[in-house]
Every structure is written in C-alpha cells, then in structure tokens.
Design a protein around this ligand. Sequence first.
Ligand SMILES: [Zn+2]
Length: 337
Amino acid sequence: MTRPTLTRPALTRRTIMLSAATGGTALLFAPHLARGAGGAVAQPAPRPQANAGFYQFRIGEIRATVLSDGVIGGPPRIYAGDAPEAELRAALRRAFLPTDHLTLNLNTLLLETGGRRILLEAGAGSTMGNDAGRVFANLAAIGLTANDIDVVVISHTHPDHVGNLRAADGGKAFPRAVVFAPAADWDFFVRGDPDLSYMPVPEEFRRRFGAAIKRSVAPVAEAIELYEPGTEIVPGLTTIAASGHTPGMAAFLVHSGAEQLLLTADLAYHPVVNIDRPWRPGPDRDKEAALAARRRIFDRAAADEMLVLGFHYPFPGLGRMRTVDGGYAWVPANWRF
Ligand SMILES: [Zn+2]
C-alpha cells in the first residue's frame, strides 16, 4: 500500500467551509470557555443541538470511535426477504418497531493506531435520503476534520458505504485518505455494468443505486487500492471474506493484544429480523453464499464471545451474539462513559 504521510497540509478552503458548517457544537460552548475565573457567573449549561453521534472505546492499544453518519431505511420486507408476512409484522411489533418502515443506522468506525486514523466505511452521504451525511459533523464533535483521515476501508461498494467519498463539489471528501475497496466489488459495480434485477426494489431505484455507486467512487477511482478479502490492511486490521451480499464483501477483524472487535458489514441489516430471526436480507446477490458466510462468521463470533459492531444496528451498534435453538440472539453491549 501507499504509506500515508503523517504531515498535515494547510487547511484547504473546502475543509475550512466544512469546519464552519459542522462546528456548531464548539461554538455553543465558546462563551463558557471565554469567561475568566474572576468574573465567573453561573450559567445554565447550553443545550446540545442533537443526541451524541459518536461513541469512544478501546480495543487493546487501539483507540476506537463509532461515528454515526445518520440513518437510512425502507420497507421491512426489503431487509427480510424470505420472512412470512404475518411473522415479520409480529416480530417488529414485539420489538416495538413500526411495521411499515425499518430504520437502519450507519455506524462508521474510526481507528487511531500506529500514528494513523483509519475510517472503516465512508457512510451514505446524500445517496439514500436526507438523514445521512453526518459523519463530518461527528468528526468535528471529536475535534477532527475529513483532512485528518489517512485511510478509508470499504467493506463493499453499496452506496450507503461509499456515498461520503464524494464531496459536494465533486472532489475527494477525505482529501488525504488512501481508499481501500474489495477488488471483486470494484469489478462488478464500478468497472462493469451490473444487472441488479436480483434486488427486490423498483427498477428506478436500481438504476439510481447503480449510478450512485459510480458517482460516489469517481473522485477516488484513479488511486483506489483494491484488496482481496483475507488480507491485512494495516497491522491490527484484517479483512475476512464474506461474499454473497455482494461479490466481494468483507467483514473486518480489529485486534490489539488480547482484545478484538468483529465488524459484520451487511451480513445482517437489523438484529430483530436478521439475527434474532433467521430471515435473509433481500438485496443479497448470492443468497446461498451470503447465508454460508453469515453462519460461518456468526458461529465464530458466538463461540469466541467476540465484541461485534453492526454497521446498520441501532447506534452505537456494539454487542455480542449467542447461539440459541439453532439460530442466534443479539445482546447489546452496555453503554460505557
Ligand atoms: Zn449497507
């Protein structure tokens, strides 16, 4: 791989604009910070403008932060393609979820290790509705900008994982980042003209979906680093073959010392329909391969009681799996401050 440089170039006009657009939280607190000790007057704490969109923890020596890019969603049927209708509605009701719309989170993960900042998944940006594209605001909330990201690793090239690679002006949204994508997905979705008729969505949606992928990755195409699942991207970050959902999808294993974290990419969309129930995601291209990958990787996660991060699970998406009655159960992790 190209070794990313650690020097920080001067702020570009674009990143300054980004900071200005996303720095609301810092500005809110400025009057507090400016008040000198002598003239201090008790003030009520300013109200945050929204709930927290980042969650920090450690994996051994690696500093990890879940950075939300917001949410996407759609009819539950899309995400549970083979569920009997009555059972699907009952499962959603039992989980106190609406039966006409399933919300999916977008949990990107920032790793800080070896002097580098590595973002796992770019997020959807504006490719799949208006409730995403928040990763930049959440970077700002922890004192960083897109210019601080050295590496971006994509599990598969669906729009909700690559959308943020393209800035509003058509340039690179992460100006300095080396971007890694699975080779088989690049061949299928980017170099090829894919037949997406396997996706259980209207033809117009498929057309926009395919175009959004090509448009999102265009700014990084020339310098893209293609990987074969199974390879190590940087020390402490290994990719695991998980093809089926797409031709090249990978899961990620982050490890440091005795600690590890498994990222399951889109092996499951939502624990209620794809883990606690065995239903298959409708957009899986090769349904048998996807099922085999899901079982192989979920069995390992359950056997080793691994900490798991689900890209689309309820924020921050961390938990563990156990095997029950031939299937699986999702156990969310306790929140830690
Ligand atoms: Zn996805």
